[in-house]
Design a protein. Structure first.
Length: 113
């Protein structure tokens, strides 16, 4: 099947996905902070080449919206460098700023095609 890739990542690249449910009362302020401070700080590590912020749809938003931030790494080495060198500090900063007002989980995926 010849389906064109419409992604900045080639096969073998890694997507580091952080899914975050944010309390409604802070959602706008949190999103501004993410876009202006937290995501740029992660991108300055040079471990990732691109990022995408998406909002989940068709989910219960009674407690607030859910977002996913997807960071693209060219390979597992770059991803592992982020995880071993920067992730703990970046997560600590996120939790110090927002604490119990959000819930998150992380996944890593390898691009196949």
């Amino acid at each position: 099947m010849n389906v064109p890739i419409n992604s900045p990542l080639e096969a073998g690249g890694i997507i580091y996905n952080v899914t975050i449910k944010v309390e409604g009362a802070i959602a706008n302020e949190w999103l501004v902070w993410m876009m202006n401070e937290h995501i740029p700080a992660i991108m300055r590590t040079k471990c990732f080449t691109h990022f995408k912020v998406v909002k989940l749809i068709d989910v219960d938003e009674s407690e607030g919206p859910t977002y996913a931030i997807q960071y693209s790494a060219n390979d597992k080495t770059a991803y592992k460098r982020y995880m071993t060198t920067y992730a703990a500090d970046m997560n600590r900063l996120l939790m110090q700023k927002w604490g119990q007002q959000l819930v998150l989980f992380e996944t890593a995926m390898q691009v196949i095609h």
